[in-house]
Design a protein around this ligand. Structure first.
Ligand code: NAP
Length: 325
């Protein structure tokens, strides 16, 4: 038994080092590609969660690639602020601001879909980027209020699925449509301290991989993006200390958006974007789940504790019992 544990630890260290050198910030397939501009130029792209963070940067990059953008979030004022900053073939003038609340129910989302389909002389939505999300500060899996549980599932799962159900018939009529789903590393691995968020992202992965399997032969494409920690304006604003920010090595939101666009332009089915050690943990859980789950069980309680003490929740030292990390 001891031998197996030692071999497993050596193997994980080897894999971590290997991927540290081989992959910079994305998985193998993703890093081998470059963006195909023609996949977005003149295409209608609808982005939720475009008022800040990754969604704002995605909007900037897609506008510069010549996409016809529809930007959504709840805050119209923030969307207008983002719109003013966009530049490209159709931006800022022709960028459509479509405020929506993903938790507002099917009738309201139906109206939003009809509006989105009518923009740009009824061209219809080519890409739907499900990027908006609801995330609470990290806490234990049992320390979640019913209100927060419902909000997380409404915004992260039910809203995007409802929009998708309503959009697919239009896309099928045109014989094409592409869903880009901003999931998370927490949708691929246990995420101690983020149980509900993780549950919503696993749910998204399940729904959208299945959707693709049912409709890919009718022109419906799905790209699921699973980022690890990303540095966004909101992440910086809520960061507890400069020290923590430095310790938690985060991929920039610019790079995350760039890799997401590359993934979508190549029709990749699922991509992972992260620095180590998160990327290595994702590989471990995918290809050596017994070791991966053993590892997660080892760090789970310590990570929740590190989160409550505002420490680094991505540190390898969680494995060795340094609670404050
Ligand atoms: N940042 C990371 O480290 C990280 C890592 C892995 C995955 N991700 C995923 O990447 C995506 C973007 O993350 P982020 O960090 O950029 O997010 P963020 O900065 O928190 O922004 C969230 C966006 O969602 C919108 N939103 C929130 N509730 C909404 C609702 N009820 N209806 C409609 N829109 C709503 C927000 O705008 P309003 O408040 O105006 O509605 C905002 O534009 C998310 O899906 C997240 O789970 C992020």
């Amino acid at each position: 038994m001891l031998t197996i544990i030692i071999i497993s630890i050596l193997l994980s260290i080897f894999i971590t080092i290997l991927f540290k050198f081989i992959t910079a910030d994305g998985d193998f397939t993703l890093l081998s590609k470059r963006v195909k501009r023609d996949k977005f130029e003149d295409k209608v792209v609808w982005i939720t969660g475009a008022s800040r963070g990754i969604g704002e940067i995605l909007s900037k990059q897609l506008a510069s690639l010549g996409a016809k953008l529809i930007i959504s979030a709840r805050s119209e004022a923030e969307l207008e602020r983002v719109k003013k900053q966009l530049a490209g073939k159709y931006a800022p003038q022709q960028v459509m601001v479509l405020p929506l609340d993903l938790a507002s129910g099917e009738d309201a989302l139906k109206e939003a879909v009809q509006e989105a389909e009518s923009f740009f002389d009824g061209a219809g939505v080519d890409y739907m980027i499900h990027n908006a999300a609801y995330e609470r500060p990290k806490s234990s899996a049992v320390d979640v209020s019913e209100e927060s549980l419902k909000a997380a599932f409404e915004v992260n799962v039910l809203g995007p699925i409802c929009l998708t159900r309503l959009l697919v018939p239009f896309m099928l009529d045109r014989g094409r449509g592409h869903f880009v789903v901003m999931s998370s590393a927490a949708g691929k691995t246990p995420a101690p301290g983020q149980a509900v968020y993780s549950a919503t992202k696993y749910a998204l992965n399940g729904y959208f991989h299945t959707l693709r399997s049912e409709f890919c032969r009718k022109g419906i494409n799905v790209t699921i993006v699973c980022p690890g920690p990303i540095k966004t304006s909101s992440a910086s604003a809520t960061s507890n200390s400069q020290e923590k920010e430095l310790a938690e090595k985060r991929v920039s939101s610019q790079r995350c958006a760039e890799l997401t666009i590359i993934a979508a332009s190549h029709g990749l089915k699922e991509v992972w974007i992260s620095y180590q050690p998160v990327l290595a943990v994702m590989y471990l859980l995918q290809y050596m789940p017994s070791i991966g789950f053993w590892l997660m069980d080892k760090i789970g309680a310590r990570r929740v504790e590190a989160a409550t003490q505002k420490g680094n929740t991505y540190s390898l030292s969680l494995l060795f019992g340094n609670k404050r990390a």
